[in-house]
Design a protein around this ligand. Structure first.
Ligand code: XIL
Length: 331
C-alpha cells in the first residue's frame, strides 16, 4: 500500500492523529498503525485494574510494549487513565478487614498509583487523562456518585492533578469525558474545569471523547462545546473518536455489512467534523480515533453483544474507506 498517503502526515500542520491500540494490534498491524497515526493510546492496558491489579503488584508489560512501540516509531502517547469509576479493582476502595477504605488509606493509594505509573513513563507520555468521566449524566447532580467521590470528596480531582504534575511536570494533564456536547453536561464539565483552574490545579486540557454516530450530535452542538471549552484557554484533545453506524437506541442485529446509506452519511459526517476541527486548530492539538480500522472496534459488542460496527475511516482489510479520502481532501 505504498501509494496510499499517510493520514497523520496529511494533518501534520494541524493536529496529531491518534489511535487507541492494544498489544495484539501492535504485533499484527504495527506498520499500518505507524504509517497513519502519530499518537497512540492504550485502549485498556494502562487502566487501573490492568496496570495495578493488586496493591503490591503492577503489571507494566503491556504498557511498556505500547510505549516502546511509540518511541521506536517517533509517536506520541496519551496515557489513559489514572482515576475512573470503571475498570478499577475493588481492593482499591477496601480496607484490610474488608470494609470501606478510609480517606487516608485511599489518598495514599492514589498517590502510590500515580507516582508509580506516571513516574514509570515520565518523559514518554505527552498527555495523561488524569480523571475520566467524573461528571454525572442522568440527574441534576454535578459529580458522578463514585467510590472516589464518596470516600475522598470533590477534592479528589485537585489531588489527582497535583500528584500527576509532581510525578511528571512535563506531561499535559487532561480531564476527559463523554456526552460532552450535551448542553447540560457541557456546562457541568465547563464549571468543573473552571473551578479546578481557579484553585490552581495543573490542568492543561479537556478531552472530548467523541463517541458519536452518523446521525448526531449536530455540528452546531459540537461547535458550541468546542467554543465553550476553548474559552477556558486550555488545549482540547478529541480522545476517543468513532462514528457508530447505529443510533444509540438502535438494537438491530441483522446487518453483516453497513448499508450504502450508512456509509454515505458517515463520509459526509467525517468530512464535516474534521472541517470543524480544522476551524479550531488553535485549540485542538490532537484527534484520536478509538481504534485503528473496522477490523476491530469496542462497538462490535457495545451496546449490543455480538453486533459488528464500522465506525472508522479504514475498512476491515485496513484499506482506506471513502471517508479517508474525504479527510485528505479537507486537510
Ligand atoms: C472501553 C474499551 O474500548 C473496551 O475495550 C472496554 O471493554 C471498556 O472500555 N470511555 C473511555 C474508554 O474512556 O476507556 C472506554 O474504553 C470507552 C468509553
Amino acid at each position: 500500500s505504498q501509494e496510499i498517503p499517510s493520514l497523520h502526515y496529511a494533518f501534520r500542520d494541524n493536529f496529531k492523529i491518534g489511535a487507541a491500540v492494544h498489544t495484539g494490534l501492535i504485533r499484527t498491524e504495527g506498520d499500518f498503525i505507524a504509517r497513519h497515526y502519530n499518537s497512540i493510546t492504550a485502549e485498556n492496558q494502562m487502566k487501573f485494574e490492568e496496570i495495578h491489579p493488586e496493591e503490591e503488584r503492577y503489571a507494566f508489560e503491556a504498557g511498556d510494549e505500547i510505549v516502546d512501540f511509540a518511541v521506536r516509531n517517533g509517536m506520541s502517547v496519551r496515557g489513559h487513565t489514572l482515576v475512573w469509576h470503571n475498570q478499577t479493582s475493588d481492593w482499591v476502595f477496601q480496607d484490610p478487614a474488608g470494609g470501606t477504605a478510609s480517606r487516608e488509606l485511599l489518598l495514599s493509594r492514589l498517590k502510590s498509583h500515580i507516582d508509580t505509573v506516571v513516574g514509570r513513563y515520565k518523559g514518554h507520555i505527552s498527555a495523561w487523562d488524569v480523571v475520566n468521566e467524573a461528571i454525572e449524566d442522568k440527574t441534576d447532580l454535578t459529580m458522578r456518585d463514585t467510590k472516589w467521590l464518596q470516600i475522598l470528596g470533590e477534592d479528589y480531582l485537585l489531588e489527582a492533578f497535583r500528584l500527576a504534575h509532581a510525578a511528571d511536570p512535563q506531561a499535559l494533564l487532561f480531564y476527559n469525558d463523554y456526552n460532552e456536547t450535551d448542553p447540560v453536561k457541557r456546562e457541568k464539565i465547563y464549571e468543573l474545569v473552571k473551578g479546578l483552574l481557579e484553585k490552581g490545579a495543573p490542568i492543561h486540557g479537556i478531552g472530548m471523547q467523541g463517541h458519536w454516530n452518523i446521525h448526531g450530535p449536530s455540528i452546531e452542538d459540537i461547535r458550541m462545546a468546542i467554543e465553550r471549552y476553548a474559552s477556558l484557554n486550555v488545549q482540547l484533545h478529541i480522545t476517543e473518536l468513532d462514528l457508530s453506524v447505529f443510533r444509540h437506541e438502535d438494537r438491530r442485529t441483522d446487518l453483516i455489512e453497513p448499508t450504502a446509506e450508512m456509509m454515505e452519511l458517515q463520509e459526509q459526517r467525517y468530512e464535516e467534523i474534521f472541517r470543524l476541527f480544522l476551524e479550531y486548530q488553535a485549540s485542538i492539538t490532537s484527534v484520536t480515533f478509538w481504534g485503528t480500522s473496522d477490523h476491530y472496534t469496542w462497538l462490535d459488542n457495545f451496546p449490543v453483544r455480538g453486533r459488528k460496527n464500522w465506525p472508522f475511516v479504514f475498512d476491515q482489510q485496513r484499506q482506506p474507506k471513502e471517508s479517508f479520502w474525504r479527510l485528505l481532501n479537507a486537510a
